[in-house]
Each structure stands twice: as C-alpha cells, then as structure tokens.
Design a protein around this ligand. Structure first.
Ligand SMILES: Nc1ncnc2c1ncn2[C@@H]1O[C@H](COP(=O)(O)OP(=O)(O)O)[C@@H](O)[C@H]1O
Ligand SMILES: C[C@@](O)(CCOP(=O)(O)OP(=O)(O)O)CC(=O)O
Length: 506
C-alpha cells in the first residue's frame, strides 16, 4: 500500500495580459513612454509541495510542471540545491519549455540564496518520504485563438460563442502550434510563475500580493519590484534579448504609463547567467540600475476596451528590426517622426487623465456628454454645440482627433520604414470601427501589423455594435476577445475559488 501523500496548501498567483495602446517602437527607448493597459484575462501558476513515498533522498528536488490545456505539455526537472542546477529529466515527446526552465533555474536559485533552509526542508525525510514541487500553469481562453475550437463545436466566431466555452479550456494543440492573440502569454506566464514560487517559499509575503497597487506600502513595493526584476531578467534570458519589458511590467503592475529600464542593469546577469550571486545582485529591489518608471493610469469611467485578433499574424521581432534599421539609416526623418509620435502618444495619456479628472469635477456633465457621444459617430462630436459648453464633450472630441493623429503618424512611420504597421486592410477595418456610434478610439496595439486591433467604446451598446460590425466584416476574419481592461497586476488568489485548478492537484 503506498502511504498517502502529504501536501501543503496550493499557492495560486495570476498575472494579466497586456495591450500597448500607444507607444509601440518608441517605448524601446527610455526617452519615451508607452501607455499599457492590463487585461482581466490572466495566466495562472499554481504551486504545491507534495511529499511522496519513494522519492530518493539527496540534494535533488523533483519538480513536475504541467500545462493541461496543451497536448504534450509536461516537463519533469530536478533542482539540485548543492550545485544550484536545474536539469530536465523527462518530458512529453522530449520537448522543452525554455521560459519555464529559465524561471525555475533562476527563481529556485534565488530562493536557495535568500532562504537556503526552505529548499533543504523539502527533502528532509519525514517517515522516509521526501518532497517535490508540483506546478500547474493555466491561461484564460483569450490568450489563444479559439477559432478552431469554435469551428469544431459548430459555433460562430462571436462573443456569445466564446462565453459558451469552459474556462481555461483545452486548446487541442501544442504550445508550439497554438495561435496566440497578442496578450503576451510568455510575460504573464513568467510573472505568475516567479510570483507563485517566491510567495510559496515565503520570499515575498502573501499579503503583499493581495491588494497590491502602485501606491501600496514600501514593503509591498519591494515585493512587487523583486517579482518584476526576476520576471524581466528571466523573460529576457528566455527570449535571448532585452526588449522594452512593457509586457512584463503590465503583468506585474497592471495598467500604467511605462518607461523602460536601462538594459545595462542586466548586463552582468545576462552575461554570466550561471552565477547566482551576480543574478541576486542584479535583481535586488535595491539595485539602483532598475530605473524603469511605472505611473499608474486610471481608465476614464464608462470606457470599455474591446480587443480582436485578425488571425493573419505578424512577426514582431522582424518588424522591430526593420524599423530600427530604417531609423539608423535615416536619422533625421526618423527623429522628426519619433518626436511627433511622442507628442501624439502623450496627448492620449493626458486626455485620459483629464477625462478622469472631469468625471470627478463634474460627474453630471461627464455622464451627459458620454450619453450623447455614445449615440453618435465620433466624426460629428467636434461640430456639436456641446463642445463649447461641456469640458467632457470637448475632451472626447480631442481624444478622437488624438487617436486619428497617432494612426496617421504610425502609417507615416510604416511607409518610411516599409513596415506594415497599419496596413491598408487594417486601416479599412479601423475606419469602419470609428464609424460605429460611441467608438472613441480604434487602432493597432503594440507593434501593429496584422495581429490585432483594439477599440475603446463608450458603454455596452457601442461595444455590442462594434462586435456586430466585426462579425459581418468579410475582408479579414475578425475574432473578438472577451477580455476587458483590469486594474490589478500580479496577485495571489484563493485556490478554493478555483475548483478547476484544485482538481488538478488531487
Ligand atoms: N500556458 C502556458 N504554459 C506553459 N508555457 C507557456 C504557456 N503560455 C505561454 N508559455 C510559454 O511562452 C512561450 C510563448 O512565448 P511567445 O512566443 O513570446 O508568445 P507571447 O507573444 O504570447 O509571449 C511558449 O513557447 C511557452 O514557453
Ligand atoms: C514594438 C514594441 O515596442 C511593442 C511590441 O508590442 P506587441 O504587443 O505587438 O508585442 P508582441 O506581443 O511581442 O507582439 C516592442 C517592445 O516594446 O518590446
């Protein structure tokens, strides 16, 4: 008879997806910032310490990682706390998961530096049983295209159909084969896994991940910063490059205005990634080299962010390469476009802030302006007489001009660099979105291309009208996502509220 397993509570941590509303390309340079919105679609990492009979005593901790939504997605590792080395022992189809591997190696190495006794305790033999870690990774459906699943179920590509899918449903394919929707699965996965491991081993306290926000206590800020720094480092290592990091920052802090960190902060850790003491120094919240800035933003009341993927797909790294190459080859023209785009992007950020202020200063004016604009096309807002009398009405009309200006500059950049940032097919779709009454913003997020679009609508009716238009659009297949904007970043959840997660640990 095998002896029953002893288990610790499950530590469950989630991290949101992202939409870079404005700031694509510019945010790669610390001189400029980007406005990033976090979504209520999240990645989840659940960790449990499991002690089982039959595990060999020694210095190697067995780790089992499973992504049950994918085919062939489990990996077995051991972490040796004497040598600080992670080894992959076995996996489905001999596959690897570079992101998971790098996070486990660095985060367990750090736990072993901060609290060596915690890892050793795992293997201290109790009744001849040693312990291992079981980790389950899950994602909300919006991270991956559900087109094929809906097709197999005989359902159309609509929000109503998506709502019929079980939450965190199986994708029917592998991690390599899945079509992503652009919410940033790797950044959210890395952040949730770093957060759950650091929290499981008590390196950051669970309290710090409950209601954390950019305005929380100094101790909470330190915990978030540690998770941020480890997640940025491991994400860069797994990607093999140091990007702007806005996606990891959104996964940690939720919606904000982001200014990137100077890449030099990771030089030593990236160069000698085997040396855990260098990594510890690099990721320390006290390391002054982390100069990224996170300025929280509120999304104006009654704004609804709607997202869609267009299932054509663009290669962001190659677009980035081409844009930067062109920038180098034509610095004068590029600087002029960069400066204009920077101003246009900042204008959007300022208008959002002014609209939030206006909603507080005169709620009645705010609501009546939003009511009126929600029923009319954005092209007529600025010629309505209310522009002269209502602050909110004027700001909404300026926001429309603002996003049209951003789009025009993105097209100009694309034409100059010969990169399809807002290709003609997307222009036609976005123009049609702006024609729907109550739509105040529509553009391509992030790097642009054929990946996705976002719309900001005033209220549910406009949102439904946009979804209707997408369903009828024939030039490209427009797949709505269910996600909305959300304010929270990385956070700890009560596993009891997620029976679909806890059932995977039985
Ligand atoms: N649910 C998941 N479980 C395990 N790994 C995941 C999961 N989702 C994403 N990943 C990791 O992230 C990688 C995808 O990263 P990438 O291609 O950069 O996409 P994205 O742009 O969505 O971040 C996958 O190959 C895998 O290593
Ligand atoms: C070009 C960028 O500034 C923004 C890219 O944003 P996306 O949201 O398009 O990113 P992916 O999810 O990787 O496709 C590159 C960067 O900042 O890293």
């Amino acid at each position: 008879m095998p002896s029953p397993s002893a288990k610790t509570p499950i530590t469950l941590v989630s991290a949101p997806g992202k939409v870079l509303v404005v700031g694509g390309y510019l945010v790669l340079d610390r001189a400029h910032s980007g406005l990033v919105v976090g979504t209520d679609a999240c990645l989840y990492a659940a960790v449990q310490t499991e002690s089982k009979a039959g595990l060999a005593a020694g210095s190697k901790i067995p780790i089992f990682v499973h992504s049950p939504q994918f085919e062939s997605a489990w990996w077995k590792y051991t972490f040796d706390f004497e040598s600080n080395l992670l080894s992959q022992e076995e996996s489905a189809d001999n596959g690897t998961n570079g992101f998971v591997q790098v996070v486990l190696q660095a985060t367990l190495g750090l736990v072993n530096q901060y609290e060596p006794a915690r890892l050793r305790q795992l293997l201290s033999s109790k009744e001849s049983k040693a312990s291992g870690l079981k980790i389950v990774l899950l994602a909300d459906n919006d991270f991956y295209s559900q087109r094929e699943t809906l097709e197999k179920m005989g359902l159309d590509l609509s929000s109503e159909s998506l709502k019929k899918l079980p939450s965190m449903c199986k994708t029917g394919t592998t991690l390599r084969g899945v079509h992503k929707t652009g919410l940033g699965s790797s950044a959210a996965m890395v952040t949730s896994l770093v957060g759950s491991l650091l929290s499981h081993f008590g390196i950051v306290s669970q309290d710090d991940l409950m209601n954390s926000s950019a305005s929380s206590s100094e101790k909470t800020q330190r915990s978030l910063k540690l998770i941020h720094n480890v997640a940025q480092y491991t994400h860069c290592l797994a990607q093999g490059k140091v990007g702007s990091g806005f996606d990891v920052s959104a996964a940690v802090y939720g919606s904000h205005v982001y200014r990137r960190f100077s890449p030099a902060v990771l030089d030593s850790a990236m160069a000698e990634h085997g040396d855990i003491s260098e990594i510890k120094k690099a990721v320390s919240p006290k390391n002054p080299g982390w100069d990224s800035q996170v300025v929280p933003v509120s999304i104006p009341p009654r704004f609804i962010l709607r997202l869609a993927d267009v299932d054509a797909g663009s290669n962001t790294p190659s677009m980035v390469r081409s844009i930067l190459q062109w920038k180098k080859s034509d610095p004068e023209r590029a600087t002029a476009i960069w400066d204009s785009l920077d101003k246009a992007n900042n204008r959007i950020r300022d208008l959002w802030a002014a609209l939030v202020d206006a909603s507080v200063a005169d709620g009645a004016d705010y609501n009546s302006a939003v009511d009126w604009c929600a029923k009319n096309k954005s092209s007529v807002w600025k010629s309505a007489p209310e522009v002269a009398t209502s602050t909110t009405h004027r700001l909404l009309a300026e926001l429309v001009d603002g996003i049209l200006n951003v789009r025009a500059l993105q097209r100009l950049l694309g034409e100059n660099a010969q990169v399809p940032i807002e290709p003609a097919e997307q222009t036609r779709l976005l123009d049609a979105c702006m024609e729907v009454p109550g739509v105040c913003m529509a553009a391509v997020p992030g790097a642009g291309g054929y990946d996705a679009i976002f719309c900001v609508t005033l209220g549910q009716e406009a949102s439904a009208a946009v979804a209707d238009m997408w369903a009828k659009w024939t030039e490209m297949s427009v797949g709505p996502l269910l996600a909305n904007q959300a304010s929270s970043g990385v956070r700890i959840l009560d596993p009891e509220q997620f029976s679909n997660v806890t059932s995977l640990f039985n």
